[in-house]
Ligand binder design. Structure first.
Ligand SMILES: [Mg+2]
Length: 278
């Protein structure tokens, strides 16, 4: 199992041979004081669980993030979750870890929760969707995660409701003007204000010597695209796809490194934290 979970560079086989196998990480290891380590949360630091409310990072993840934050110029978690949820789950990583929630619509700075002002007018439409979803899916195991400025409908515990949930999303997006971000057995309604993980990654990593982002889902593709834009400006970038059987094929199509699930991602982050290739 451990071997399966170890990170590997794409097309160069599993870890265990030469140092070249994690070659893409050299960009970060060479100048950590001028580099950024950015990562998703669910499916990347935390195993996917049937009830999203119970998701927790792998036990060692906060400690590894804290070690990264001591070594790198910038370390951040960029997630679809509420920033307060991330702060609760990752408190042990310490205050140097930057936290961005709701795909960048909120963040924690100096211990205070901040919201993107442009999303504020969309709270009423989000509340309408929350109410509509609670009515539509009353008595089912479909989950409705109200984040105030966005809302996610989850059907991991009610897989038979997936088609109805997608149809609900299509109708209510048209009705409210909110946009949809498909996820893994979930769909998120978001304000159409042009903020996504890519915007966050681009802002955070601009000017860095090197930057990486690790993610497992379609919502992470804008972060990969942001790295591609930064690469044109001279930043050395590493796109890390955290794969399992449910990872969207487009995410694992062309990353620089593929890891197997959160265990593999954490192994890779530990390499970055310690500077040891093995
Ligand atoms: Mg994820």
């Amino acid at each position: 199992m451990e071997e399966d979970a170890a990170p590997r560079a794409r097309d160069t086989g599993p870890v265990g041979g030469s140092h070249d196998e994690l070659g893409p990480l050299a960009a970060l290891l060479e100048d950590p004081g001028a580099s950024a380590v950015l990562t998703d949360f669910d499916g990347t630091l935390a195993p996917i669980v049937p009830d999203p409310a119970t998701a927790s990072p792998l036990a060692d993840a906060p400690g590894v993030l804290a070690a990264l934050a001591r070594r790198y110029a910038l370390v951040a978690v960029v997630s679809g979750r509420p920033a307060s949820f991330l702060a609760d789950r990752l408190a042990a990583a310490g205050p140097s870890l930057r936290l961005f929630g709701a795909y960048g619509l909120e963040w924690i700075e100096d211990g205070t929760l901040h919201h993107a002002p442009e999303a504020e007018p969309w709270r009423a439409p989000v509340a309408q969707v929350v109410e509509g979803a609670r009515s539509e899916f009353a008595g089912t195991a479909v989950g409705i995660e109200d984040k105030g400025c966005s809302v996610t409908v989850h059907w991991r515990q009610a897989p038979g409701e997936g088609a109805r949930a997608r149809e609900f999303a299509r109708q209510w997006a048209g009705r409210t003007g909110l946009v949809l971000q498909p996820g893994r057995m979930a769909v998120e309604f978001r304000p159409p204000v042009g903020i996504d993980k890519g915007v966050v990654v681009e802002r955070l990593a601009r000017g860095c010597a090197a930057a990486c982002f690790a993610g497992d889902d379609a919502g992470d593709l804008p972060a990969f695209a942001a790295l591609d834009r930064l690469a044109l400006e001279g930043t050395r970038t590493v796109r890390i796809a955290v794969g399992d059987e449910q990872t969207p094929p487009e995410l694992v199509a062309a990353p620089d490194i593929v890891t197997a699930g959160p265990v593999g991602a954490l192994a890779l982050l530990r390499v970055l934290a310690t500077g040891a290739r093995r």
